[in-house]
Every structure is written in C-alpha cells, then in structure tokens.
Design a protein around this ligand. Sequence first.
Ligand code: 5CA
Length: 163
Amino acid sequence: MASAMDQKLSAPDRVRAALSVAGIAAHIEEFTSSTRTAQDAAVAVGSGVGQIVKSLVFLAGGTPVLALVSGANRLDPQRLAALTGAEIAKADADAVRQATGYAIGGVPPIGFPAPLPTFIDRDLLQYDLVWAAAGTPRHVFPVAPQELLRITGGTAVDLKLSA
Ligand code: 5CA
C-alpha cells in the first residue's frame, strides 16, 4: 500500500492515509508538549497511562514484529518468544526505522512499508478508547481497541511482565 508518493507526506499524514485506507477517519491530535513516552502522552491527552498504546518493535529470529502494549505494562519478552517460537531481541533505533518508517517515540500501530505481525496487549481491550502514536513524538490519535485489533490484524494476547 505504501507507494513512492507516500515518502513526500509528513509522518502524521502517512499515518492518516493508512488509517483512512483501513476505514478510520482519524482525529490525529498534535500537542505542543511531548508525547514521546507513554507517561508524556497520558499527561498530554489527560488519560490514564494504561490507555496509552506503546508500539514496540522486536526482532523474532531476526524478523520484525510489533507489540502494542498498554502504557501501564512492561512487555515480557518470554511471552513474545513463546508466541512467535523464535528468539526475541529488542530492535534498535535503526531497525525500528527500517521496519516501520518512523522514529522511536512516534511509531504508530499501522502505516508501515510492509505489514508487521502484530500482538496486542489484552489489557488495552478494557478501555473504550486508547491513544496511539501518529508518526512523531507530538502526534497521537484515539481509537477503540477493537478497531485497533481490526486494522492491525493483530492478535490479542497477554504480553505483560508479571510482578
Ligand atoms: N509516543 C509514545 C506513546 S503513544 C510512544 O511512542 N511510546 S513507546 O513506548 O511506543 O515508545 C518508546 C519506546 O521506545 C520505549 O518504551 C522503548 O521501549 C523504546 N526505545 C526508546 N529508546 C530506544 C532505543 N534507543 N532503542 C530501542 N528502543 C528504544
């Protein structure tokens, strides 16, 4: 779906286009304050941190996968290893950009050069709305978690590190 023309769009416009193709009229919001971390984003939008979607890229046996994790949780790499059947390594900044087309702090849940296998933290499903990054560390958009499941083709799973 990504074309050469997309490269001329700003990062939020690329996310908006991907959402539109997925059937969502996104209300991407830009903040003057940072939304780089889940905590920053929660302050900016005025939600609990659990409603912020962290878009985390891991390499499963060298292949990028996306984990969408509640801001309230830490991901347990062993769970991802069990789900993928592969050894898990955290993607570094370059690998994140290569796999997604966005820089850390702004990685959205969709709008990539090629779709990524996606796992969604079940804890996100308890909310009516969650907020995900929209391409930069200042842009986020609200989405119903069920819509997030639909548009990413993701699988809802338990991803969190238990205390
Ligand atoms: N905009 C916010 C919430 S909408 C956001 O993007 N949060 S995030 O959690 O998805 O992105 C920050 C995450 O990037 C951190 O939790 C961390 O897992 C990862 N990260 C930060 N710095 C690095 C780095 N140098 N290398 C690899 N991953 C990193």
